[in-house]
Write a protein that binds this ligand. Structure first.
Ligand code: PLP
Length: 637
């Protein structure tokens, strides 16, 4: 307990739900800082704030994306060990092989680390395009791991995959469209390689969730049952049914409900059995992605959550596959999952500093209304004075009525600018009072639902939502967000976050909550001369390459850290974020030419005597150093 009333890291842990969503990797230390411990609460632990300080001391400004490689290592281990446990428990006779879908986070460092950490388990890769296959071929060299090729395949794609096969890589072509088969058969003949084929099936099973459009019968990917039969017939005619080894489906990403996952496996296993009965070699069942991340920690079937653990997921898959195949007498296949989100989400954290706060209610109301105040103003003031918990809806309606009348009156020239400003102040005082009254109420009338965020402080933060958290903007995805220090001080403010894009969509006003969605985030007041650093957690999946250059804010700095057994931090890799010149080049500017043009303008100014030659030098120094600089807010050195 601190002198700040009864507030300590215990209360902060509960307030921000760290134990619920942190999966054992994060906690709050007694010092009031977020601690990271990749091997669980008992293992080596470091303070995220110390990591942030270390990064800044090494010359990298915030915002920065921190990758905790040891968490990635732990995730891969957990996935494989959970499957291995389920396989032993049920006495399942196939094995598990994970593959990582590159599209989830395509950064070289991520793919490279997955291949290193996954080597022990023969963890493979999934490529959905030619570029991803080309990336995969340079990092995956394990003959026992799978390289799964999904997506639309042209001749070049197929040739590359066949060459991989020639070199001893288990490269599987998953047929997604009927037209692909001919091309694969043709190129295989030309290159003299026998392909390994799979089929992607459209399931009739539908799951609920944000991304499930990619599964189900309406999905654009995969074959329907009639097309599957066509493929089988074609292969039989070519005497190549022994090449057909894999069945794949993908229900969609972030499937929150385990029941949907079980239903899909049942359907998938029936199709698998059918293919075996048709005479296909088979042997591998690829159940796609969908393993969800419990972003809000509620452990429910809400879209930002899931009602199962990784262990329960693995156990459910093994159990369902086994029960259907044993019933039909078909040998147990090897199981593949393409778990992307659950593999990489936990390992990246976005850190940024708060630049400023804009706060409500900066003026106190006058003791007495001015003598000649208009009647509408005195009425508004009376509504404020009469406000209690019992009549708040009535007062609220009065306040809105008087405010609107006053605006009308102002438009007709009936009151002064000063009167209107006073009316605005009274109105907001009423709303603020209502907000504090409803905070203690069990039932809150619907019309006040958005009041909290309308009155919240706005924390201006040094990042771009569009670049770093695209899913927060595009699909209202929730992420855990909290300050990474000062957590032994009671947060006194309620805020929403605005980024520096000056776009009205560049804000976060929905936060995780165990029961619902919070409209504001508890935060601290700023201290002079001290950074206030917030962390957005679980951002490793899908956020990095979907990001765009809104307002020309570019990639952030990225720093990878490793944590020793004795809690020592290693700054393993640093990737400098985009400079202003970099992002301008992306949109086809030519920095050299730009410098030339500005120099010309400066020289003209010197020529006509507007400034000195020395001024010209200062202008050019500022312009050129701006081009070299970070696209985000930089502190002065
Ligand atoms: C996107 C995708 C995945 C990854 O799904 P997660 O839910 O992130 O694990 C797997 N397979 C296919 C075919 C995909 O398109």
């Amino acid at each position: 307990m601190t002198e700040n009333g009864k507030w300590s890291s215990v209360q902060a842990t509960e307030l921000y739900g760290v134990d619920s969503w942190g999966a054992g990797y994060f906690s709050i230390s007694e010092k009031g800082e977020v601690a990271v411990h990749p091997d669980g609460p008992g293992g080596a632990s470091v303070s995220l704030m110390d990591v942030a300080r270390g990064i800044q001391e090494r010359g990298f400004d915030l915002p920065v994306l921190v990758r905790l490689s040891d968490i990635l290592d732990a995730r891969i281990k957990q996935l494989h060990e959970s499957f291995s446990k389920a396989i032993t428990e049920y006495n399942y006779r196939g094995c598990y092989r994970g593959v990582y879908p590159i599209k989830v986070n395509q950064q070289q460092q991520v793919v490279e680390e997955i291949c290193v950490f996954g080597a022990h388990y023969h963890h493979g890769l999934e490529a959905g395009s030619k570029a991803e296959l080309i990336a995969a071929m340079s990092f995956l060299q394990d003959p026992e791991a799978y390289l799964i090729c999904n997506g639309y395949k042209d001749e070049e794609f197929i040739d590359l995959g066949l060459y991989a096969l020639k070199m001893g890589i288990r490269c599987v072509f998953v047929i997604e469209m009927p037209s692909e088969l001919d091309l694969v058969l043709d190129r295989s003949r030309v290159l003299g390689v026998k392909p390994i084929l799979g089929i992607r099936m459209k399931l009739s099973t539908q799951a609920s969730g944000h991304w499930t459009e990619s599964g189900g019968e309406r999905s654009v990917f995969g074959l329907n049952t009639a097309q599957v039969i066509d493929v089988v017939d074609r292969l039989r005619k070519e005497n190549m049914l022994d090449c057909l080894k894999l069945l794949h489906y993908h229900l969609g990403s972030q499937i929150p409900n385990i029941r949907d996952i079980r239903e899909a496996v049942k359907e998938g296993c029936r199709i698998y059995t059918g293919l075996v009965e048709e005479g296909a070699a088979m042997g591998v069942l690829n159940l796609g992605g969908g393993l969800a991340v419990d972003y809000d920690g509620s452990h429910t079937n809400f879209t930002s959550s899931c009602n199962y653990t990784t262990a329960e997921y693995c156990s459910a898959l093994v159990e369902e596959v086994m029960s259907i195949l044993d019933e039909t007498g078909v040998p147990h296949p090897d199981i593949i999952t393409e778990s992307g989100r659950a593999t990489v989400a936990y390992y990246s954290i976005l850190l940024f500093n708060v630049l400023d706060i804009s706060r409500f209610e900066t003026h106190t109301l006058p003791e007495k209304m001015p003598e000649d105040s208009h009647e509408l103003l005195t009425n508004l003031m009376e509504a404020y004075k009469a406000l209690t918990a019992k009549n708040l809806q009535e007062c609220y309606h009065d306040a809105i009525y008087y405010r609107d009348e006053i605006h009308e009156l102002f438009k007709r020239g009936g009151i002064t600018l000063r009167d209107r400003a006073l009316a605005g102040q009274i109105y907001w005082h009423i709303l603020t009072r209502i907000a504090s009254l409803i905070r203690g109420m069990r039932y809150v009338p619907d019309e006040f639902e958005h009041l909290a965020s309308a009155l919240a402080d706005v924390y201006y933060c040094n990042f771009s939502l569009f670049q770093s958290l695209p899913d927060s903007w595009a699909i209202d995805q929730l992420f855990p967000i909290l300050p990474i220090h000062r957590l032994n001080e009671k947060p006194t403010q309620e805020g929403i976050l605005a980024d520096i894009t000056c776009d009205c969509d560049g804000k976060i006003d929905r936060f995780i909550d165990l029961r619902d969605v919070r409209r504001t985030l508890p935060l601290h007041a700023l201290k002079d001369n001290e950074d206030y650093v917030l962390g957005v957690f679980l951002v490793g999946a899908y956020q990095e390459t979907l990001g765009d250059l809104h307002n020309l804010l570019g990639d952030t700095n990225v720093v990878s850290v490793r944590i020793d057994a004795d809690g020592q931090v290693h700054y393993a890799r640093e990737i400098e974020g985009d400079s202003v010149a970099d992002v301008l080049t992306y949109v086809e500017y030519e920095p050299k030419e730009m410098v030339r043009r500005v120099r010309e303008m400066a020289e003209n100014a010197v020529k006509v005597g507007r400034m000195s030659a020395k001024d010209r030098r200062a202008v050019m120094d500022a312009y050129e150093s701006g081009l070299r600089g970070y696209t985000y807010f930089e502190r002065e050195n």
